[in-house]
Every structure is written in structure tokens, then in C-alpha cells.
Write a new protein. Structure first.
Length: 84
């Protein structure tokens, strides 16, 4: 029998000021999944082992060329959208 994907027991959607959506899902095995609308993103910051004093993990993703060639600069794309 093949493993079935876990069904999220919690999902929350946040709408950002520019209309993009971030969806956070939590699963019974303790994993967390993030789904973000928009252009390709680059992981620009990650503290996955956390801070022992605060017991937190931090992840930051950035759109566009902020640290890579994943896509054109998202700020430029927003300016083009607003100009039309």
C-alpha cells in the first residue's frame, strides 16, 4: 500500500496588501507548508534550528532578483502593473 499524503488539519490564508495570498497549512506530523502567489521566490534567510532561548525558526523568501536570477525584480513588475 502506498503512503497517502497527509491531510492538513489547519489551513489559514492571508491576503497581502498587494493582493497576493499566503496560505499556511499545518499537518498532523508537525510539518508546516507555505504556499505563496506571485513570481518565483528565493529563500533569502533561514534559521531552521531556531533560537534556543526563543524556540523559534525563521524563514524569509523574496521575489525577483533579490539575491538571485530567479526572475525580474518584483518591484519593477509592480510599477508596470500600476502604470497601466
Amino acid at each position: 500500500m502506498t503512503d497517502q499524503p497527509l491531510k492538513a488539519h489547519f489551513t489559514e490564508t492571508v491576503v497581502l496588501p498587494d493582493g497576493r495570498k499566503v496560505r499556511v497549512s499545518a499537518y498532523p506530523d508537525g510539518s508546516i507548508r507555505f504556499r505563496v502567489d506571485g513570481l518565483p521566490y528565493v529563500l533569502t534567510e533561514a534559521y531552521l534550528s531556531g533560537n534556543p532561548e526563543k524556540d523559534q525558526a525563521i524563514m524569509k523568501i523574496s521575489p525577483g532578483k533579490q539575491g538571485s536570477n530567479a526572475a525580474y525584480n518584483y518591484v519593477d513588475e509592480l510599477a508596470k502593473r500600476n502604470a497601466t
